[in-house]
Unconditional design. Sequence first.
Length: 514
Amino acid sequence: MSTFLGMPATPPRSPYGTGNLRGDRKFPKAAHDELRNEQLRRNLGKATRTIRTKRLGVTGELPDWEQLRDAGSAIKTDTMNRLPELLEQLEQKVTEHGGTVHWARDGAEANEIVARLVRATGSSDVIKVKSMATQEIGLNEHLESIGITPYETDLAELIVQLADDKPSHILVPAIHRNRDEIRQIFLDEIPGVDPDLDNVPAHLAAAARAYLREKFMTTKVAVSGANFGIAETGTLSVVESEGNGRMCLTLPDTLITVMGIEKVLPRYQDLEVFLQLLPRSSTGERMNPYTSMWTGVTPGDGPQDFHLVLLDNGRTAALADTIGREALNCIRCSACLNVCPVYERTGGHAYGSTYPGPIGAVLTPQLAGMDAAEDDPNSSLPYASSLCGACFDACPVKIDIPSMLVELRHQHTEQSGTTAEKLAMKAAAGVMKRPKLFAAAQKAAALGRIAGGRDGTISHLPAPLSGWSDSRDTPAPPKQTFRSWLASAEGAATMSAAAEEGARHTADDHEEDR
Ligand code: SF4
C-alpha cells in the first residue's frame, strides 16, 4: 500500500506507565509463598470480614444506593469520554486561583517535577498524606535518592515506611502487621520513643502522634494525592480519617499535589454522589471523618504556594482501550479487595503492584502493559481471580471487573503464540467435533480411574497436566460416562419415569385450570 501526505495513519500508542507497577515474580509463585503466612491470613480474614459487614450495613440502609451507584458510574464514564477538555478546564481554574499546574507524562517526569519544587523551597524534608499515585511512581524512593526525606503521616503508611516494607491493602496498608510487630518497629525506628512502650493500640497511636506532631509543626513542604479534582471550580479534595491529611494540607507553606488524570470530576455537585459512595464502600462509614477541599491559594490562609502535578503514567494508554478504560473509573475504595476470595487469602504483596486485588489485576496491566512473550509478571494478574463476580457486585461505580479480566486473558492468549495449553484445547476441540472419536476418548479417559486413590481423587498428574493437579484435587473419571449411562437400561428406565412424571404434572395442571 502506498502512503501519501494527509493520509490518516494509526497514531503511536501512548507509552505505558513506569514505577511500582510490576512485581518481580508471577502471581501464582508469589501467592504460593504468601499463603504460608498464617499471621497475614488471620489479619486479612478478620479485617475484610469486619469491613464487609459494616459496608453491607451502611449501603443496605440507603433506599437509593443502586441509583447512587448508577450515578457514580455515569459521571465517571462521561468524565473519561471527555477527559482532555475537563483537564484543561481544571488547569485553567487552578491557575486562576493562584495555583500552578504541571503535566507529567510518566512517573520519572512527575518525580523530577516534585523534586525540583521541593528543592526550590530549600527544605530537605517533606510531610506526606497517604497517596496511591506517589506510591505508584516511587516518589519516596526518588526523594530519598536526592537527599530529601519524606515523612508519611498516615499511621499505617508510617508503619510501612518505618519498617521499610510495602503496603498490602489500598485502605489499610499495614493490614499484614500485628500490634507486637508495630511496637517493635516503633521502638527500633522512632527516635526517643518510650522504651517501656507496650502493644496497646492507644499507646502505639500516641507514640506515633507525638512523633508526627513535631513533623507537622516544623516541615515547610507537604506532598499529597487527591481523591477528586473538580474541573468546574479548580477545587481539589482529599478524604481521610485521621486528621493527618488536614494537617498536611493546611500547615506547610508549600503544597504539592500529585493527581492521576482520571481523578477529575466535571462539576462540584458531583461530589454529592462520590462523598456518599466512597466512605460507605471503603470503611463502611456513613460519612468521612475528614474531607478537605481547597481551591488554589487563599491569601493568609493555608499554603501560599500550591502546585498540582497531573500524572498520566499509562492512563492515556488505558483510555485508548475501549474495554480496559473502564478501570479508570475506579475511586480506590477497596470494596473489591474486601470481598475477593483470592485477595483475602493471598494479601496484597502477591500482586507485585501498588494496586492489589481485583482492581489491581485489571488496572496494573492496563497502566504498565503485560508482555506475554517476555514472561511478564503482569501477564499473570488477569488469572488471579475465580471470576465469582463479588467485586462487580461490591463496586460503587459498577466496574465490570470479571468481564475485563476475561478480556485481558483473551489479549494475553492472543499475544502468547503457540502454547501447550492452546495445543491441548485445539486437540480437544478436534475430538469433540467427531462423536466416535469422542466416545473412544471417553473410554480411554476412564482408565484414569486406576490412578485415583481410595478417596476417588488423583493427587498427581504427569507433566504437562501437573500444573493442574499441583494445586487441585483432580476427581478420578467416573465408572460410567453420562452418555453410556443414558444408553443403559437404568438410564432408559430413569428417563421414561421422568417423562411419565412430567406428563402427570401437565395433566394435573390442566385439571386445576378447568
Ligand atoms: S474497582 Fe470499584 S470496588 Fe474496587 S477499588 Fe475501584 S471503585 Fe472500589
